[in-house]
Design a binder for this molecule. Structure first.
Ligand code: SF4
Length: 320
């Protein structure tokens, strides 16, 4: 069991397998589930508090202390990943946090953001030291943006796109823009055309095309087929990639409280047996022995989506 999964870490989780970042050490910067959006495909559940208020939701001092302890364990990983149970740029001291990480480690820092606050000058400045920024953009016309992302009432998609264009001009690191497609929502020819125009203005280094692969917040949301994704990929050109499941074999886990670690990781997002096995470095057969009692106790539950079975934390345990 990797140590960040154990109870002694309140703000770190993983390293977990990430389809884009390899083994990623997650840093949770806002409590579950505070966000600027309530996306229909969100894998960590419905937003309970929409806000645009930037605050030090979690003390940076505490997070840096945990990171220092984690680094002393010498567990290999590929990226620090600032994300978690909501929108990380809502954290008002994200810049000192990145600076603190940089003083302790050479591992690249990634920020996974929904881009909703990137029009704010302070947010743009705060992210300048990150090595990779992974913003998302799922709809460019107001109607579709509102349908898919269900944003805070004060947000406008025009402003968000301008923010991305501005940020690209000033930021020297990598921008990997993610677009997540939901069937019948943001995959219409006219929306794709407008999306392409917006992406051409934003000039990301990579365009990550994604569809719904984990159980979504709204049960009616369904994914695009591989063929449809490939058609979209050809529209977006050479920088576009369809992101596929991360497939690197992890190092063996160190001992620890495996069951608590599983609950902690699943609190962030549903994972399949195979994801959990890769991320935790525990063979699938052994993991089943930990999962079954947790399901019986009602702390986690399984849910079938597509052809896979995912595990997720039961509602009563989501914020505990
Ligand atoms: S997917 Fe991300 S941006 Fe959308 S509601 Fe969930 S946490 Fe917020």
């Amino acid at each position: 069991m990797t140590e960040a999964g154990v109870k002694k870490y309140r703000h770190l989780y993983g390293p977990v397998p990430s389809r884009r970042l390899g083994r990623s050490l997650g840093i949770d910067l806002v409590p579950h589930k505070i966000c600027t959006y309530d996306c229909i495909y969100c894998q960590i559940g419905k937003t309970t508090k929409w806000t645009l208020a930037r605050r030090e939701y979690i003390p940076v001092k505490e997070v840096l202390k945990e990171i220092k302890t984690f680094l002393s364990e010498k567990i290999p990983f590929d990226h620090f990943s600032l994300s978690g149970s909501g929108e990380p740029t809502l954290h008002s001291r994200i810049r000192p946090l990145i600076e603190g990480i940089k003083q302790m480690s050479q591992v690249p820092v990634a920020v996974i953001t929904n881009a909703s606050l990137l029009w704010m000058k302070t947010v743009q400045d705060d992210l300048l030291l990150a090595d990779v920024v992974l913003p998302s953009l799922d709809g460019v016309s107001s109607r579709i943006f509102e349908k898919i992302n269900r944003p805070h009432e004060k947000l406008s998609i025009e402003k968000i796109i301008e923010g991305l264009v501005e940020f690209r001009k000033m930021y020297r690191g990598q921008i990997w823009l993610e677009i997540l497609f939901c069937r019948g929502v943001n995959d219409t020819p006219s929306e794709l055309r407008k999306m392409k125009e917006a992406v051409d203005r934003i000039r990301p280094d990579l365009i990550h095309l994604n569809t719904v692969v984990r159980p979504p917040s709204e049960k009616w949301v369904t994914p695009l087929s591989q063929r449809e994704m490939e058609e979209i990929q050809s529209l977006f050109g050479a920088k576009a990639v369809i992101i596929s499941e991360f497939d690197r074999h992890p190092s063996p886990a160190s001992p620890g409280d495996v069951a608590e670690g599983i609950v902690r990781i699943l609190r962030r997002r549903p994972l399949s047996l195979s994801d959990l096995s890769k991320g935790l470095g525990i063979p699938r057969e052994d993991l089943e022995n930990y999962l079954a009692p947790l399901v019986k106790e009602g702390r986690i539950r399984s849910r079938t989506f597509g052809e896979s079975v995912y595990y997720e934390v039961a509602d009563d345990f989501k914020s505990s």
